[in-house]
Design a protein around this ligand. Structure first.
Ligand code: EPU
Length: 325
């Protein structure tokens, strides 16, 4: 189908115009060509839900190189272009014995989008390794480099999703990796699977095993990974819930208490529930899957009903981490 927009939800959606660029120069030419039109830069579409066809210009990076920039003692700086599949980069880095991104193994998506979304898993977020993000301004094609602090990273969040939304296109990301062991193994059962002194590839293997048990393979069943963010609530809210329920899973975070949205959704009885072609994933209810030709409407209605029942039962608002387009 012409102008089909790639998306891991496997929705059949099209763009009015869809273009790929192979260099920064080509990107600048495309921005010039489509000046004044609505522009959307996408990666692999692994965190997007299109409400329908997109009446604008979709741009996708086909720049996929990575290179070592600098070595300084224990640190190595690697610059990766935006269209490189994140997991391909991580596989290479682990093979080189470099530490820093191994916990993010097998996350779907490309380098550019992962720096916008600040993807995270098993105690590590992209921001922990990102040194700077190189971008091109949609308005005038000028390069602007954002140092880590300027990206205002937060949980699945950055300046590129807020104040500067839709204004810059990421062209490459510079990461800091380590040559000596820097394992992060305290999330869940990770350490039990790796022991205390693993190699980066052993951590990668363990992470991939855990993910395979819990999360749907986007190559087999459509989804956008976690559909919702985990809410961080004031301590009083957690205590009110803890008084009423046995063993509420929780983690201290950012001065509040994080309660897994998966637990809240499960308590509301949504595991495995279906609406049209959309379904709450049985093994991890934080994920909505395209079980059978789901429409965007099916997914959005199911998501809204889940939010509503969590709000009614617990008085907590959960919000999508998936971006609606
Ligand atoms: N839980 C349940 N029922 C379930 C599954 C989980 O109650 O069926 C509870 C358990 O208490 C469990 C807790 O939820 O201990 C946490 O579950 P899990 O370790 O699977 O992590 P998560 O908080 O549900 C987050 C990320 C995932 C990431 C994992 C591991 C978000 C929105 N999601 O999920 O990221 O892989 O942690 O770090 O923060 C993604 O963003 O697409 C994604 C998959």
């Amino acid at each position: 189908m012409q102008n089909t927009i790639p998306n891991t939800f496997r929705m059949k959606v099209r763009a009015r115009v869809m273009e790929e660029y192979h260099s920064v120069e080509e990107l600048r030419m495309l921005l010039e060509k489509y000046r004044g039109e609505e522009i959307l830069a996408i990666g692999a579409g692994s965190n997007l839900l299109f409400r329908g066809d997109y009446d604008g210009v979709v741009l996708h990076s086909a720049m996929r190189r990575a290179r070592a920039l600098d070595e300084n003692g224990d640190e190595v700086l690697i610059e990766a272009e935006s269209g490189l599949v994140m997991d391909e980069l991580i596989a290479q880095l682990c093979d080189m014995g470099l530490w820093g991104l191994e916990n993010l193994s097998h996350i779907p998506g490309e380098v550019g989008a992962s720096a916008v979304q600040n993807v995270g898993a098993y105690g590590v977020e992209a921001k922990d390794a990102i040194v700077r993000v190189k971008t091109i301004a949609i308005a005038d094609g000028q390069e602007r480099v954002f140092e880590n602090a300027e990206c205002r990273y937060g949980y699945r969040d950055s300046i590129f999703k807020n104040e500067l939304k839709g204004q810059y296109i990421v062209t490459s990301v510079v990461y800091r990796l380590w040559k000596t062991p820097h394992p992060v193994l305290d999330y869940g059962h990770l350490r039990a699977a790796t022991g205390d002194t693993p190699t980066p590839n052993q951590v990668r293997e363990a992470v991939m095993q855990i993910r395979k048990q819990k999360l749907p393979e986007v190559s087999e069943i459509g989804s956008a990974g976690s559909f919702f963010k985990n809410p961080i609530v004031p301590r009083e809210v957690y205590e009110r819930i803890a008084a009423a329920y046995d063993k509420v899973p929780h983690f201290e975070q950012d001065g509040g208490v994080k309660i897994p949205a998966a637990w809240l959704i499960e308590q509301c009885g949504w595991k495995g529930k279906r609406l049209g072609g959309a379904q709450v994933y049985e093994k991890q209810p934080l994920v909505i899957v395209n079980a059978d030709q789901a429409t965007p409407e099916d997914v959005m209605t199911l998501a809204e009903q889940i939010c509503q029942s969590v709000r009614e039962k617990f008085g907590i608002s959960i919000s999508p981490e998936v971006n609606y387009i």
